[in-house]
Write a protein that binds this ligand. Structure first.
Ligand code: PHE
Ligand code: ZN
Length: 876
């Protein structure tokens, strides 16, 4: 384990690398416990570096066997080597070849960083700092080299050998039982994009012809026997490749594109050049084993990793502070792709739901940080909702401000200028500024200031003058390290909805507002809209044009009106959600909430509107989640009160709408075979929402309906939805259904993860004991990240009443798991620990327990930097 208190790294301290590497030749002799790695680095002094600077290469837990310079073995006196560093104080020349032989043990690698074993196969993960666990290297993203990789292994043990780029040669190693493959990647890349895979894998093959006629061989490698489950991923890949050509003019650039699905992976997937490595959860799907959410997750992640080929790989990051340069932009691209493949409004709604649940929560707690952080102790802890999701929102705002055409021009210039380079956020913004002539200085604050801005909006109609004045106040709350905030540029898309539900003209002075977007740039600002012959209801932040909290003076009647009439589907959804959120927040405080009749009325109207997309209805009718209610309360949160308020409203909605819900359930049933397309998924979503509302009260009829669906379902979406309903009710049917589910899918780890998660989410006092017992279940393993997340992660992140038990047992449990996992896999441990990010919102009793648990973690000697960093910042 590394030093528990590593030095903070600061963006302001960035210096160009002293030495560059033009070429890397790697030779791997794969062995389960003693893999020999020979690296030949063509080193060259950086003309922009410090004259006479030594060669300093990063390592992490390395065993050095041998060093040579230009072929001559190096004496022990001419270098300093430790597991963490290799230093040549007196390099022999300004350019030379350094040959390094190291030994690594992939079997002992439980961190899943560097070269490791998964299901008896070999695989690597190098982002962000895993390459240094393979060989000594300037392991930083601004050192770009051309890689050639020779991989050798027992032919019987690892018949498949994959590397970055194109296959150059392969064959038996004569006179032995071993074989080899040589891969060459012509595109210079940073070390974090290196990958290799070796093992027994089945290949699903296809091909793709790019717009300019390049033939690309596509391969998806899965564990043997799972080939039939890769079809959807392959289809998503081909659609992604085509979409990037039409939407961004980006073609693929190698003869091969391979994806490997592995069952032990810390994250979702990884964009290694020409050789994406995936958590198998984001590749494998069949109607029997995957839900609609799984299918859309696969589509999104396949697209995301593919799109990295241009945004991340061809143009990479200068340093890890620029992580959002590739991640925020690539999330934006995958969201746009999914919007084009599915329903744009429904995609937007689900993305914003996620953004609010994950990022707004992060941004309002102790782990808040800017989209581009300025300092970090452990970069692994910055793969966050803020870097990814808010990073995407920032790109989306850029597009909103510049318009479709301006945005595309900026992107084209960015690609043209920086192809083959390691770039910064400044480079990115400069491309848009130069392409459109717009000053983006103030806009850049979105990358630098953390915290979710609040927009306070008040409207005043002047009938005599025919004007409507909108007074807007913006503020950004203080966040760790940032007490004072400057005003931001907030693109506020809006409409003024007239009494008949149609938009009134949107005119400032005499000029129509372009694209319906006004720009809020000052702390306080007024907009005077003219030419109005009736009092409008303002529809604010349409399409969620800016990631802000809008506090408006809309009345419940206004919201009911917008829910029924707004031509912006996002705001129809949001109007209903806002109504519900207001009621729920009051009820959670034990106050009587008025306006429920209006909500029920609006919900009924939506539910019975035949013109609306079922997927949209399902989103609009799902109540705000517990985390959103807690955030709305702001502090002194009693999670039991939140849960009770939400449950009570769900019950009353279910009862009040029973008639149309039963009809909806019946009308959406189908005998057609399962298809994963968005329209079919939307019908299932609405039908399953009806199932849930109808069973909310636990009536015999409601439970029987769920039981029947559970038994008859021909697909995982419907089966899981029914099981989730049954799981909420402490009745014998629950145990029976859980047992039946387990028996049916016992051999399928990804499905058993769903079974773990569902049980971890039961909002009952017995759940903690159940989770502890399940940790001893033979299907559970602390070594597999998916299992840990499915059980412990789901408990901590999605079961607020039980994780935050009043007696503190939930908090203590998480601390115990984090501490026992830390030595094995610090990355997964620190992610689990970040479930404490909302602890300060809690009422004093629970807050005390959370603080004690965090302190106990922080005070434990020998912590990984990952866990130490999260514990310290959470307490800070
Ligand atoms: N770069 C990956 C992605 O977002 C995420 C990742 C980070 C994977 C670190 C592994 C390790 O696509
Ligand atoms: Zn990514």
């Amino acid at each position: 384990m590394r030093d528990a208190e590593p030095q903070a790294v600061r963006l302001a301290d960035y210096r160009p690398p002293e030495w560059l590497v033009d070429q890397v030749d790697l030779d791997f002799a794969l062995h389960p416990t003693q893999t020999r790695v020979t690296a030949r680095l063509a080193l060259r002094r950086n003309p922009k570096g410090t004259p006479g600077a030594p060669v300093i290469l990063d390592g992490d837990g390395l065993t050095l066997v041998r060093l040579a310079i230009d072929g001559a073995p190096l004496a022990g006196t001419s270098f300093e080597a430790s597991p963490e560093r290799l230093v040549l104080r007196h390099p022999p020349a300004d350019a030379f070849t350094l040959e390094i032989e190291t030994l690594v043990d992939p079997t002992a690698n439980t961190q899943l960083m560097g070269l490791y074993r998964t299901s008896n196969n070999y695989c690597t993960q190098c982002e962000p700092e895993g390459f240094r666990r393979i060989t000594y290297f300037p392991d930083r993203p601004d050192v770009l080299a051309v890689y050639t990789t020779r991989i050798e292994a027992e032919a019987a043990e690892a018949p498949v050998l994959l590397g970055n780029g194109n296959l150059v040669s392969s064959g038996p190693v004569l006179g032995t039982s071993r074989h080899f493959a040589v891969w060459h990647d012509p595109w210079p890349k940073p070390s974090y994009l290196f990958a290799l895979v070796g093992g027994k894998l089945a290949r699903v093959a296809d091909s793709f012809t790019t717009a300019s006629g390049r033939q690309v061989e596509l391969g998806i490698y899965v564990e043997e026997g799972k080939e039939t489950r890769a079809g959807y991923a392959m289809d998503a890949l081909k659609r992604s490749m085509r979409w990037d050509e039409t939407a961004f003019g980006r073609e693929y650039d190698l003869d091969v594109f391979n994806i490997v699905a592995v069952s032990d992976f810390n994250m979702g997937a990884m964009e290694n050049k020409g050789l994406n490595v995936f958590n198998d959860k984001y590749v494998l799907a069949s109607p029997q084993t995957a839900t609609d959410a799984d299918y859309s997750g696969i589509e999104g992640v396949i697209a995301h990793e593919y799109f990295h080929n241009w945004t991340g790989n061809r143009i990479t990051c200068r340093d890890w502070f620029q992580l959002c340069l590739k991640e925020g932009l690539t999330v934006f691209r995958d969201q746009e792709f999914s919007s084009d493949q599915r329903s744009r409004p429904v995609k937007r709604i689900s993305d914003v739901r996620m953004l609010k649940a994950a990022q707004f929560t992060e941004d309002s707690g102790p782990l808040a940080h800017p989209v581009r952080p300025e300092t970090y102790r452990e970069i692994n802890n910055f793969y966050t909702a803020t870097v990814y999701e808010k990073g995407s929102e920032v790109v989306r705002m850029l597009k909103t401000l510049l318009g479709e055409e301006g945005f595309r021009k900026g992107m084209d210039l960015y690609f043209a200028r920086h192809d083959g380079e390691a770039a910064t956020i400044e480079d990115f913004l400069a491309a848009f500024a130069d392409a459109t002539g717009r000053d983006l200085t103030q806009f850049a604050l979105w990358y630098a200031q953390s915290g979710t801005p609040t927009l306070e909006v008040k409207g005043a109609f002047d009938a005599a003058a025919g004007t409507y004045r909108l007074d807007v106040k913006q503020s950004v709350p203080p966040t760790p390290g940032q007490s004072e905030k400057k005003p931001m540029v907030i693109p506020l898309a809006l409409g003024l909805v007239g009494p008949d539900g149609a938009d009134l003209p949107l005119t400032l002075g005499n000029t129509p507002v372009e694209r319906g977007v006004v720009e809020v740039t000052e702390r306080e600002q007024s907009f005077l809209f003219t030419g109005l012959d009736a009092k409008p209801v303002p529809s604010l932040n349409r399409g969620f044009s800016a990631p802000v909290n809008v506090k408006s003076d809309l009345t419940p009647e206004d919201r009911v009106f917008l829910a029924a009439h707004d031509r912006d589907p996002f705001n129809r959804f949001d109007a209903l959600q806002g109504l519900a959120l207001g009621l729920l927040a009051k009820a959670a405080r034990g106050k009587v909430a008025e306006g429920e009749a209006a909500l029920i009325d609006a919900a009924r109207r939506l539910l019975t509107d035949a013109a609306l997309d079922p997927a949209f209805k399902a989103q609009a009718l799902a109540l705000p989640g517990e985390s959103e209610i807690a955030r709305e309360l702001g502090g002194d949160v009693d999670p039991d009160g939140v849960f009770a308020a939400r449950k009570a409203l769900r019950l009353r909605l279910g009862a009040a709408l029973a008639g149309p819900l039963v009809e909806t359930y019946a009308a959406l049933g189908t005998d057609a075979p399962f298809a994963p397309d968005a329209a079919s998924a939307g019908r299932r979503a609405l039908r399953n929402l009806a199932l849930d509302y109808l069973a909310a009260a636990g009536s015999a009829e409601g439970i029987a309906r769920a039981e029947a669906q559970f038994a008859a379902a021909d697909n995982m979406t419907d089966r899981m939805a029914a099981l989730a309903v049954l799981a909420q009710h402490d009745r014998p049917e629950r145990g029976a259904a859980l047992d039946a589910f387990y028996a049916r899918f016992e051999s399928d780890a990804l499905v058993i993860d769903k079974w773990f998660t569902l049980q971890a989410q039961i909002p009952e006092a017995g759940t903690l004991e159940r989770v502890k017992a399940l940790m001893l279940h033979p299907a559970f393993s602390m070594g597999n990240p998916n299992r840990v997340r499915a059980l412990v992660g789901a408990f901590a992140a999605t079961n607020p009443t039980q994780f935050n038990r009043a007696d503190g047992a939930g908090h203590a449990f998480l601390a115990d798991v984090v501490l026992s996992l830390d030595a094995r896999n610090p990355q997964v441990a620190s992610r689990l620990l970040s479930a404490f990010k909302t602890w300060r919102q809690l009422e004093p009793g629970r807050r005390g327990h959370a603080e004690a648990a965090l302190r106990r973690v922080a005070d434990t000697p020998g912590l990984s930097p990952d866990v130490a960093d999260i514990a310290t910042r959470s307490l800070g």
